[in-house]
Design a binder for this molecule. Structure first.
Ligand SMILES: [Mn+2]
Length: 190
């Protein structure tokens, strides 16, 4: 079974191209024009063991970040296919220096997002905190997943977001793994 997809999203505001291989080794080629997001997506690929290529351009940072969230969520949803055999659930607690982040997720086919990152409204490098929150919203919606992200404690804004992306990556790594031959739902569909 090949779990590789190519998603192109082109609007009047942005142009996004994504290649995702769920069964990769963390290789990545990322160029979104938003430096901090590039840093986060490289981490996401590395720590989820997905191969990921993302190129993006657009008019405004807000649009680029949001539309990458949409296209990346869609990529995961498509690459998971009928979800036969996947572990389905994933969770991770990840520290980064003084910060501790937790991610718990379910590739359930239904969107739900609990986001409690205790971030101060500010800019991290070249992206606004509100855009990062928007990224997670778009991602969870389009991946049709339950996504629960919490920062349990921490100080540094960069550490908080980075630990969150790493926790997301490790939880994805667990949830996407093939562990059986069945669709992991008593309904027989996810
Ligand atoms: Mn960093």
């Amino acid at each position: 079974m090949v779990r590789t997809v190519n998603v192109i999203r082109k609007t009047s505001e942005t142009e996004i191209s994504i290649e995702l291989n769920l069964d990769g080794s963390g290789e990545n080629k990322i160029d979104t024009s938003v430096k901090f997001l590039d840093h986060m997506l490289r981490l996401l690929a590395k720590h989820s063991n997905c191969d990921l290529e993302v190129t993006a351009q657009g008019d405004l940072t807000h649009h680029i970040v949001e539309d990458i969230g949409i296209a990346l969520g869609e990529s995961f949803q498509k690459a998971l296919g009928d979800k036969k055999g996947i572990n389905r659930y994933g969770s991770a607690l990840i520290p980064m220096d003084e910060t501790l982040a937790r991610c718990v997720l379910d590739f359930s086919g239904r969107q739900a997002l609990i986001l409690n990152l205790n971030l101060n409204e500010c800019e991290i490098e070249d992206v606004a905190i509100e855009d990062i929150k928007h990224f997670f919203t778009s991602f969870a919606e389009n991946a049709k997943m339950n996504l629960h992200l919490h920062i349990l404690y921490g100080e540094d804004q960069h550490h908080k977001v980075e630990a969150t992306f790493k926790a997301l990556a490790r939880a994805i790594k667990q949830a996407k793994t093939i562990v059986s031959n069945d669709i992991p739902s008593t309904k027989g569909i996810l």
